[in-house]
Design a protein around this ligand. Structure first.
Ligand code: UT7
Length: 331
């Protein structure tokens, strides 16, 4: 029996940012910091904060509906949900299960969460890509959704609290057989890679959690190590992907790096030799929204008309673990 070779298309991208905006100037009224320090050191101008009645699945729901709208797929076509989050709605069940219910999907389909912190969306994409390539499912909703502001940020710690915000982003992925794909060869994922080095565990972590303590805990970070390793590991991920697909950095039309700090993004682009104007930057608008940054930034690029058919898009992220990875998409 001939097993059809599959391709995976990105057929919708969407995002959602909560309405409430917290500017650097507002933050500096209750914290020993300044708009100038935050902007110069990070590029962040403001972050969005979830309303009291908004939970992680609500942000995910808005982003998923936006991605579905762009894809012209109906909610009934979704065969699986993979949701990346560091801030699940509850310790269990998976926030993906809540999202399935809120989307009104009454069919039983596999829905699970992925935890790889800021690299979570790339890990979720990798997992969904594999399910699709194996032909196990036809259409997958991949989401990154985070509410850092509510409990894991210590709002007295100026070295971390100014960096993060809340938001969500989503992709709709669909598998198609090679024969059908060859008639319209665009909008597909070329390759994905992910990796982890647990020896960096204590460089970026939350000092709480159900398996080790009696509280949720707060984010702790060795900023300079995260900064240095972030640049190296994101740039290396893209280099590895380019090399195994016989492509060069000059072939990249758009680089979508994890949005944590403008200086880290500049460092990744410099190391790869990608021109500044080819780097998507949304960090100024929403700060670091962890697993949601990549789909939110790509959604912004689509809305701004920055993406054309045939473009090579490179995405990459690194976060706690350390865990990192990337993907190449031919638009
Ligand atoms: O997705 C991964 C998540 N995290 C990241 O990507 C963060 C990676 N790291 C970074 O982005 C940077 O290391 C930071 C933005 C966190 C810090 O920037 P930096 O240029 O490395 O500053 P620094 O840590 O060397 O601190 C310089 C000074 C210190 O004061 P002293 O010791 O020189 O007197 C800090 O106490 O800046 C001080 N500082 C602040 N000052 C005003 C730290 N945070 C603030 C603040 N406002 N918010």
């Amino acid at each position: 029996m001939r097993v059809p070779k599959m391709r995976v298309r990105v057929c919708g991208v969407g995002s959602y940012l909560p309405k409430r905006v917290l500017t650097n100037t507002e933050l500096s009224r209750s914290l020993d910091t300044s708009d100038e320090w935050i902007r110069v050191r990070t590029g962040i101008r403001q972050r969005h904060i979830a309303a009291d009645d908004e939970c992680t699945s609500d942000l995910a729901l808005h982003a998923s509906r936006a991605a579905l709208g762009q894809s012209s797929r109906s909610v009934d076509e979704i065969d699986a949900i993979v949701l990346a989050t560091t801030t699940p709605e509850n310790t269990f069940p998976a926030t993906a299960a809540r999202l399935q219910h809120k989307l009104g999907i009454s069919r039983s389909i596999p829905c699970h969460d992925v935890q790889a912190v800021c690299a979570g969306f790339v890990f979720a994409l990798h997992s969904a890509w594999n399910m699709l390539l194996l032909g196990q499912v036809r259409c997958v909703l991949v989401v990154g959704s985070e509410i850092y502001s509510r409990s894991i940020i210590d709002w007295q710690d100026r070295s971390t609290c100014v960096l993060f915000g809340d938001g969500a982003g989503a992709f709709i992925l669909e598998s198609i057989e090679e024969d059908a794909f060859s008639k319209n060869p665009c909008g597909y994922i070329l390759d994905v890679m992910t990796s982890t080095d647990g020896s960096f565990y204590d460089m970026l972590y939350i000092d709480g959690g159900a398996g080790s303590s009696t509280n949720v805990g707060h984010l702790k970070m060795n900023g300079s190590v995260v900064f240095r390793e972030g640049i190296a590991k994101m740039a290396n991920s893209v280099t590895e992907l380019l090399s195994r697909n016989n492509l060069r950095a000059e072939d990249i039309s758009l680089l979508v790096p994890h949005q944590a700090n403008q200086r880290i993004m500049d460092g990744v682009a410099r190391k790869l030799g990608v021109l500044q104007e080819r780097v998507v930057s949304t960090v100024g608008e929403h700060g670091n929204i962890s697993a949601a940054t990549i789909p939110a930034a790509l959604s912004h690029a689509c809305a701004e008309g920055m993406v054309k058919r045939g473009d090579l898009i490179a995405i990459t992220a690194m976060g706690g673990g350390f865990s990192w990875g990337g993907a190449l998409i031919r638009w």
